[in-house]
Design a protein around this ligand. Structure first.
Ligand SMILES: NC(=O)CC[C@H](N)C(=O)O
Length: 417
């Protein structure tokens, strides 16, 4: 049998190709020359499987899709406090190249617009002597995310530098307010090299999957950034990754995302997949028009909207049986805050007494830290009420189940029950 995932992606590709809305970016000469109807889709799961269709070996410049990654690099390298002093986390609701800073602090609103991306680039490469060292540092970092050696496309770099007036203006403005203290030209050259790194749609899907998997590259297994850095990056992508289209994107698609002017678009669904589309025709906001269409369908077809909970957590109690021998509670699926709360509210109904209470965790697949703490606390309180506690936990969802005073519940094997 062959997995049907590529067939689905092929059908999706054909569907989005029927839409020819939008134009290629024309303010960078090398991008204006791009064939407008190249198109590719890739999906990479956190388990390390990557699927792709269409022009999936065509290389294009990463452009603004680099922004969340270099922001993550700055956070990883310098820590949150140093980065937050220079860079906000608010949606800007503005175009990507807006000349704007927060009124009081003079920080750019976020790292997804050019002003903020230039600051993030500068912070990450601050130890470099010149723009080529900056470019090397960024390229090396992006390569770790992609799991292969990437390089700067010199033609795109030269072409973009010829028309980089607006980014130079932004960098001079940042220098005026002391948000950067380095030489603005050099910073813009470094930033432009960053935007000119060549990638394929598969590279982007894997980079997005790394963010989705809490900073772990799904193929190499390298922990490229810490989980809290990946979470912060995804949060800012959700708030601002689609520029002034961020709100309607979050509403319709519900996946943290980032677009770029060469037609790249990535989405990272936490704990599940990274996806990428390459389709150079852009809408008014500078986002890939076909990319948006692809993600809208992908999200709907595959149930990927972040705010669409998959199951009600009250299914956590699979079976509750009371007999003269005591109470047996079989749990299942996921024990997170709300599931644990539901369980505790039922445990509350058990009157004080000496009947044994058995918890069977053999069908629990996910136990979060808070789920574990709440379950232990429930067991501790039942025992204080006089109930002997038994635990059947073949998969060690509750390793070292200390009931607060160093004592453990009575561990039971299935057959002894
Ligand atoms: N939205 C984008 O992709 C913009 C990136 C481009 N290099 C610029 O700074 O203008």
């Amino acid at each position: 049998m062959r997995t049907p995932v590529p067939d689905y992606l092929q059908e999706l590709l054909e569907n989005i190709m029927t839409d020819s809305a939008g134009q290629v970016a024309d303010y960078i000469p090398a991008l204006a020359a791009a064939p407008p109807d190249q198109c590719a889709i890739a999906v990479s799961t956190v388990h390390g499987n990557t699927y792709s269709v269409g022009d999936d070996s065509v290389e294009f410049s990463i452009q603004s899709v680099s922004k969340p990654f270099v922001y993550a690099a700055a956070l990883e390298g310098l820590g949150f406090e140093a980065v937050d002093q220079k860079l906000g986390v608010e949606p800007s609701g503005e175009a990507f190249d807006e000349l704007s800073l927060e009124a009081e602090t003079h920080r750019p609103k976020n790292a997804m617009i050019n002003a903020g991306a230039i600051v993030a680039h500068n912070l990450f490469t601050i130890a470099s002597n010149d723009h080529s060292e900056r470019a090397d540092a960024v390229t090396a970092f992006l390569s770790r995310l992609a799991g292969r050696d990437l390089h700067v496309d010199d033609e795109v770099f030269q072409s973009e530098m010829e028309t980089a007036h607006r980014n130079l203006a932004i960098a001079h403005m940042l220098r005026t307010y002391g948000v950067i203290t380095e030489e603005p030209h050099d910073v813009v050259r470094g930033y432009t090299a960053q935007c000119s790194v060549s990638v394929t749609v598969r590279d982007l899907a894997m980079m997005a999957a790394t963010l989705a998997d809490r900073g772990r590259q799904p193929i190499t297994g390298e922990q490229v950034v810490a989980p809290h850095v990946a979470r912060r990056t995804l949060s800012v992508m959700a708030a601002a990754g689609m520029y002034d289209g961020a709100g309607s994107w979050l509403t319709a698609v519900g996946i943290p995302a980032k677009s770029g002017v060469s037609g790249g678009l990535i989405g990272s669904l936490p704990g599940q997949v990274g996806a990428a589309v390459f389709a150079p025709r852009l809408d008014e906001q500078g986002n890939s028009a076909r990319g948006i269409r692809a993600f809208s369908r992908l999200s709907a077809d595959m149930g990927m909207h972040l705010f669409d909970p998959e199951s009600r957590t009250d299914s956590v109690v699979r079976e509750w049986s009371e007999s003269r021998d005591g109470i047996e509670i079989r749990l299942q699926e996921e024990l997170r805050f709300t599931g644990a709360e539901f369980l505790l509210s039922r445990l509350e109904q058990i009157p004080e007494g000496h009947s044994r209470v058995l918890f069977d965790l053999s069908n629990v697949h996910v136990m979060t830290d808070v789920g574990r703490r709440m379950l232990l606390e429930g067991m501790r309180r039942l025992r204080l009420d006089g109930h002997p506690i038994q635990l059947h936990d073949p998969q060690s969802r509750l390793p070292e189940p200390d009931l607060g005073d160093g004592s453990m519940p009575d561990l039971v094997e299935e057959e002894n029950r």
